[in-house]
Design a protein around this ligand. Structure first.
Ligand SMILES: *[C@@H]1O[C@H](CO)[C@@H](O)[C@H](O)[C@H]1NC(C)=O
Ligand SMILES: *[C@@H]1O[C@H](CO)[C@@H](O)[C@H](O)[C@H]1NC(C)=O
Ligand SMILES: *[C@@H]1O[C@H](CO)[C@@H](O)[C@H](O)[C@H]1NC(C)=O
Ligand SMILES: *[C@@H]1O[C@H](CO)[C@@H](O)[C@H](O)[C@H]1NC(C)=O
Ligand SMILES: *[C@@H]1O[C@H](CO)[C@@H](O)[C@H](O)[C@H]1NC(C)=O
Ligand SMILES: *[C@@H]1O[C@H](CO)[C@@H](O)[C@H](O)[C@H]1NC(C)=O
Ligand SMILES: *[C@@H]1O[C@H](CO)[C@@H](O)[C@H](O)[C@H]1NC(C)=O
Ligand SMILES: *[C@@H]1O[C@H](CO)[C@@H](O)[C@H](O)[C@H]1NC(C)=O
Ligand SMILES: *[C@@H]1O[C@H](CO)[C@@H](O)[C@H](O)[C@H]1NC(C)=O
Ligand SMILES: *[C@@H]1O[C@H](CO)[C@@H](O)[C@H](O)[C@H]1NC(C)=O
Length: 387
């Protein structure tokens, strides 16, 4: 199959005027890779005083790093019908990002097509070359307001699939995000400093967190997410520097985890801080687990490289977290693990109707672990609650 190279420069092959204020900009293929990453097609769509759509038609295109980074007038849509491939050679990419959207109100990204990050080939190419950079985010959303990201696939990302930073009112729905489990640091959706985000009907399988909510993530609704393989739906890591802000008002509902290393995880470093950082008002409800290593875990001594000071305590205060109707199988002997901070014990942790059993195993007995946690338990508790 011939692969066409898509030039974002002068992409205005033809445009169709639909009605008064809606304009379609058709990004057609060109014969070479652009020498820079300016964005005239988007520029024209952005200038257009009204709704405008940039269309990536059917076909396969290689696209270098592109940035759409200024405010526009009216809602703008990036409609991906075809397959966009990132270059394998990382020298054709910049700023740790493949496709970068910033400062846009009413952005829509959709179209049924596919973003192929070609991460596996890049990792192969970079093998044994420490100067070769692998970790590029497939799509970055910075300071986007009222955005809708829906109906397409992102596969084989080099780094994370989506980063959401400084946004307000975003919806992510009907997406599949897939990377090989062995490709490390391929988060599905990583969110920070964002207020108002809904994620629903998303199928995520990666080599890192399916969803990660870090500093300043507020008002999140996650539902009908399938996660696996991957490292689960995580709050954190948090508590490693004073610039971080609170994480609050998170609902995770009707989600499934299968073959993941974690299910519902909150992770904080045991590091000194000059502030009290709060993680509060979280609800996890109607969750199904299958062969999950740590189905429910609060780890306030998070230290993935195992090189931390054992005397330190986490300064992150976790409070008001409810786990309700959680069931399924655990791949380790600990079902619920609340390992909280000695100096900021977890408060108001509610467990309500939890049923977790050993994966595939008869005879094995699961237990729960609690350290410095207070709250209450209701309903069925299998294994016995330690709160
Ligand atoms: C938006 O439209 C206004 C006038 O309606 C114009 O002054 C402004 O330059 C436009 N902004 C952009 C980003 O095109
Ligand atoms: C843009 O459209 C709005 C309303 O649709 C109108 O008020 C404004 O004058 C237009 N601006 C330009 C530069 O055409
Ligand atoms: C979900 O997205 C796919 C394309 O990725 C599309 O074919 C399908 O119609 C969408 N479903 C809904 C309910 O929008
Ligand atoms: C986000 O949504 C809220 C509630 O619907 C609304 O009050 C707020 O103005 C929206 N923010 C932006 C930047 O549009
Ligand atoms: C998220 O969904 C809830 C309920 O479905 C809705 O009330 C809220 O406005 C939505 N928020 C965003 C940012 O779309
Ligand atoms: C989760 O698993 C349950 C039972 O295994 C199933 O009924 C449900 O459809 C699954 N949901 C998703 C989002 O995969
Ligand atoms: C806390 O503040 C003190 C004094 O300003 C400073 O020396 C120390 O490095 C700060 N600690 C952290 C973790 O930032
Ligand atoms: C965290 O919560 C505590 C207790 O409610 C409060 O005193 C403190 O100001 C909060 N910290 C931040 C950064 O909001
Ligand atoms: C605890 O969190 C829930 C859900 O976010 C919220 O409705 C409730 O008001 C919170 N309780 C307190 C005491 O803040
Ligand atoms: C709890 O944290 C301590 C300190 O890092 C660690 O030694 C212990 O193994 C943890 N316990 C569980 C059950 O995870």
């Amino acid at each position: 199959m011939s692969v066409k190279y898509l030039l974002m420069l002068c992409l205005l092959a033809f445009s169709v005027e639909a009605d008064n204020n809606i304009k379609l900009f058709n990004a057609k293929e060109y014969g070479a890779i652009a020498n820079d990453n300016t964005d005239n097609t988007w520029g024209d769509a952005c200038q257009w005083n009204g709704s405008a759509t940039v269309l990536i038609p059917e076909g396969t295109y290689i696209l270098k790093s592109v940035g759409f980074k200024r405010p526009c007038n009216g809602s703008k849509t990036f409609h991906i019908k075809g397959i966009l491939q990132a270059p394998i050679d990382p020298s054709l990419l910049t700023d740790q990002t493949w496709i970068d959207f910033r400062y846009i109100d009413q952005l829509r990204v959709n179209g049924g097509g596919t973003l192929n990050g070609q991460g596996t080939s890049t990792r192969q190419k970079c093998l044994n070359n420490p100067n070769c950079q692998v970790l590029f985010t497939t799509m970055n959303f910075g300071f986007i307001t009222n955005g809708h990201v829906e109906n397409f696939h992102s596969i084989d990302s080099k780094g994370g699939h989506f980063i959401v930073f400084g946004c307000e009112n975003m919806t992510f729905t009907n997406l599949t995000l897939k990377s090989p489990v062995d490709n490390r640091n391929t988060d599905g959706i990583k969110i920070s400093h964002t207020n108002g985000i809904n994620i629903s009907n998303v199928n995520i399988g990666t080599g890192d967190d399916c969803v990660a909510m870090i500093s300043g993530t507020k008002r999140v609704q996650i539902s009908n997410v399938f996660c696996g393989p991957g490292h689960g739906i995580s709050v954190g890591s948090l508590g490693n520097n004073d610039a971080e802000t609170n994480v609050e008002d998170i609902v995770v509902k009707s989600c499934n985890f299968s073959g993941t290393s974690n299910g519902l995880r909150i992770k904080t470093w045991a590091a000194p801080l000059n502030i009290t950082l709060n993680v509060s008002n979280l609800i996890y409800q109607d969750i199904s687990m299958n062969e999950v290593q740590n189905p429910i875990v609060i780890d306030q001594k998070y230290c993935p490289e195992h090189n931390c000071d054992h005397q330190e305590n986490s300064h992150v205060q976790i409070n008001n977290v409810t786990y309700k109707n959680i069931q399924g199988s655990s791949a380790t002997d600990i079902a619920v693990n609340f390992n909280c901070s000695r100096i900021k014990p977890c408060q108001d942790i509610i467990v309500d109707n939890i049923r977790l059993w050993p994966y595939g195993g008869k005879g094995k007995q699961l237990t729960n672990y609690c350290f410095k946690v207070s709250g209450a338990s209701y309903g069925t508790q299998i294994p016995t609650s330690c709160i």
